[in-house]
Design a protein around this ligand. Sequence first.
Ligand SMILES: [Zn+2]
Length: 311
Amino acid sequence: MGGSKENGTPLPSVPVNPRGDPVRDRGPRTMITVGDVGVAVLRDGGFSVDGGALFGVVPRFLWQQSDPPDEGNRVALALNVLLVETAGKRVLVDTGIGDRWAAKEIGLYKISRETTLLGSLAERGLGPEDVDVVVQTHLHFDHAGGSTRLVDGALRPTFPKARYVVQKGEWEDATRPHERNRASYRPDDFVPLAEAGQLDLVDGEAEVAPGVRVVPTGGHTRHHQIVVVDSGDGLLVPTDLLPTTSHLPLPYVMGYDLYPVGTLEAKRRLLAEAAERGSRILFYHDRRRPLGRVRRQGDRYLLEEGSAHGS
Ligand SMILES: [Zn+2]
């Protein structure tokens, strides 16, 4: 057992599959406590994207060592959904990529479903009706794909009792896309939320559950928002501002971002705050380290050594 200590609670070690990739959330896992709040990482499988798009202006020569691409220049990513339990409420931050994919797209994005969000919830004895709030950091398909599902041929919100928190500006952009962002949005992921009356549009910063805030940052999309858990040392969920631990260097900004300088500035603030406060960061797309802390060294931020679970 390679489990580490987290607030005195032993964590199980991370099993490894034959390809050497960590396989997470195969069984019930101990929740991590952040002050008064409990959190867990639920993995909704994975997918792959073009390495050039993933690392923006950074040359392949620099990123290929830490993130070796496949024969199609694709880099494998995880979909790490945060579950937060606070004051009797359950909050999910984004919903993964979901199951509504055709064979062509599964091949193009190498979508893998070895774990699913609903399966990971079920392993904890939770069903879709147990989720009270879903925060959408933005509405791209790899963040909102699991927000709806087909029930008897009709698209329905996956979480029937949840309100889905979306920035008003993100909703407007997603429902009126242009040529540059159209491929990232699938109306079936989010239009049914409005039709079911479960859409909760917010304009700016808002508390979505006790100790859980959304904060708009822009950058990746004009109205991209992050989640801040304000309890204990805190926990930040930057999703696509800081998708993996490989993106810790400030200039490592994704080519997908509509406002890359906005991402840079938001990242700079977020990393300074996380390092100063000792907050954990959830890395939504990281296959190896879904949770971690950072420390500052001059102008750089380094990942604290610790367990794969992010002590
Ligand atoms: Zn993403």
